[in-house]
Ligand binder design. Structure first.
Ligand SMILES: *[C@@H]1O[C@H](CO)[C@@H](O)[C@H](O)[C@H]1NC(C)=O
Ligand SMILES: *[C@@H]1O[C@H](CO)[C@@H](O)[C@H](O)[C@H]1NC(C)=O
Ligand SMILES: *[C@@H]1O[C@H](CO)[C@@H](O)[C@H](O)[C@H]1NC(C)=O
Length: 503
């Protein structure tokens, strides 16, 4: 929960974000090594991916370089599909309505730039008043000013009447008359979406029916105050087109019936209740009503696609030693490689050394001394505090486990440093580097010490169709390796009879 002490992170990350992934492959090794002089890790790095297990004579050049997709190099616009009713839902069928305020716009717009694909997505940012145009604004959705809501009653003593303006965003967006829309998606200016996973989730549902899809809060008390049946606005939610149409017809009258409510999302919920449409819960939308580090939550994500992250300004950056925007930029690398797999947890064992290994693909690998059941590992460790500032386990709407205080039971965490795709093998290689914390050397247990493992390599075949099947956790296997200070892991679909056996 404290801010992370400074460690020697993989030096590739010290380079300009734009070309960091191209460095090892574009420059001769010598240059890379001298750039990396300060860190021994990097020396391992420059040779490591040329020794991809079971690939015979991999030359550096064969491994396809991954470029972080910068917003100003967006691909050409997708041709607007002619209305094909049986076509699978894609990004073009979604229209976003993003709630923002002029006061925070200069900072918050940087979060939107991280996930918005200007020519592939449609939507509008709704502001309370005009803002100055900035230089990178063509990378953002168009901005509009919400219509005046001063005529509406607002009587909640704790909240703010901007809630009324925000709750009308879906209706106002609908009235703009976008064509061929299947879903309206609502989010805040501090919501980070994974658009491909959003499409994966929504395409499971029939957009011609009435659907209200999102998720509740992590905080039990928030859900008691508001409702377990409410989609929390910051986590984002989706409303099918026909439902948005009837909502728009009745919403202004509906809002007037609930002047005492607090926010915008409870006003939507009240109208949904009047329409008789329950919340369809999808566990990948994350309101994140928590403080501190999301590590525990993101290391044990439910077996469902990760759709959104919210409260980016409240929680710590998801990677140590970088700022919030840089951290999310790093996450875009695995998102671009294998979005379906991002934050998917698998658990395996290093049996000879009696370690438990938990992989949250594209984010973190954790090694624990001793053997823990999957049942324990799939519970998020409480690295975060409740919205009401308590670490108490009764505060959450799901099971959690404590962060162990025993120095031998603290996990070793390896954060994503780089990831690549190998064309020839249709496989990603991702690298995770140990985040050193001072207290980890105090353990006196007479068993192998994971601290000697400096880096973890994870190999995985991208699986874009993962979520077309019934949800099932991936399997991981610790592979033998001769590389010093390195653990090599394979992650992939479990065999039909395969399961995770403790011993
Ligand atoms: C900002 O840009 C938008 C569209 O690009 C334009 O319509 C608007 O007039 C500009 N506003 C200012 C204050 O320059
Ligand atoms: C929710 O409930 C708690 C405890 O009763 C209270 O302190 C808090 O102010 C409530 N929040 C809202 C928004 O009603
Ligand atoms: C890679 O493997 C996945 C999963 O088996 C498959 O869906 C995909 O089509 C393959 N991609 C290529 C380029 O072969």
């Amino acid at each position: 929960m404290k801010s992370h002490p400074k460690v020697e992170d993989n030096c590739l990350w010290d380079q300009n974000m734009k070309n960091q992934f191209t460095i090892p492959w574009k420059f001769p090794k010598l240059v890379v090594s001298s750039i990396c002089l300060i860190s021994v890790l990097c020396l391992f790095y420059t040779v490591s991916f040329s020794n991809v297990p079971s690939s015979s004579n991999q030359e550096l050049g064969i491994i396809k370089t991954i470029h972080v997709v910068e917003q100003d190099t967006t691909p050409p616009p997708v041709p607007s599909p002619k209305s094909k009713p049986h076509e699978k839902t894609n990004l073009h069928h979604l229209v976003f309505g993003i709630a923002a305020s002029a006061r925070l716009w200069d900072r918050r717009k940087n979060y939107i730039k991280l996930w918005w694909k200007p020519r592939q997505m449609r939507g509008v940012v709704w502001l309370d008043k005009a803002v100055k145009n900035g230089s990178g604004d063509h990378l953002l959705p168009p901005v509009k000013i919400s219509s005046d809501t001063s005529e509406f009653k607002y009587k909640n003593p704790k909240g703010h009447r901007s809630a009324i303006r925000i709750s009308r965003i879906i209706s106002e967006t609908l009235r703009l008359g976008f064509k061929d829309v299947r879903w309206f998606v609502m989010g805040d200016d501090d919501t980070f979406f994974l658009p491909d996973n959003l499409v994966r989730v929504l395409s499971k549902y029939d957009h011609n029916q009435f659907y209200y899809i999102g998720s509740s809060s992590e905080s039990h008390l928030q859900n008691i105050n508001f409702s377990y049946g409410m989609a929390y606005g910051g986590g984002g939610f989706a409303i099918s087109y026909p439902l948005a149409k009837v909502l728009a017809k009745m919403q202004d009258r509906c809002i007037q019936r609930y002047p005492g409510l607090y926010g915008s999302d409870d006003r939507i919920h009240a109208c949904m209740a009047e329409l008789g449409v329950p919340l369809t819960k999808e566990p990948g939308f994350h309101q994140y009503d928590v403080y501190g580090s999301l590590l525990g939550l993101l290391a044990a994500h439910p077996v469902a696609p990760l759709v959104s992250l919210h409260h980016l300004d409240v929680v710590e950056p998801i990677f140590p030693n970088v700022n919030r925007v840089q951290a999310l930029k790093r996450l875009k690398v695995p998102i671009n490689l294998d979005s379906a797999a991002v934050m998917q947890q698998s658990v395996c064992y290093d049996k000879t050394r009696s370690w438990t290994v938990s992989v949250s693909w594209g984010y973190v690998v954790q090694i624990y001394r001793g053997i823990f059941s999957v049942r324990e590992m799939e519970m998020p460790a409480r690295t975060f505090l409740n919205w009401y500032r308590r670490a108490d386990y009764t505060g959450f709407s799901f099971n959690t486990r404590p962060v162990s205080r025993h120095s031998c039971q603290k996990p070793f965490s390896y954060f994503l440093s780089n990831a690549l795709y190998n064309d020839g093998k249709n496989q990603t290689a991702s690298e995770y580097v140990q985040h050193k914390v001072s207290s980890s050397s105090d353990c006196k247990w007479k068993m192998p010490d994971p601290s000697r493992i400096e880096r973890v390599e994870v190999y995985k075949r991208p699986d874009p169709n993962l979520w077309d099947k019934a949800p099932r956790r991936n399997c991981c296997r610790v592979l033998p390796t001769k590389k010093k200070s390195t653990m090599v892991i394979d992650v992939g679909v479990c065999g039909e009879d395969e399961f995770i056996e403790l011993r």
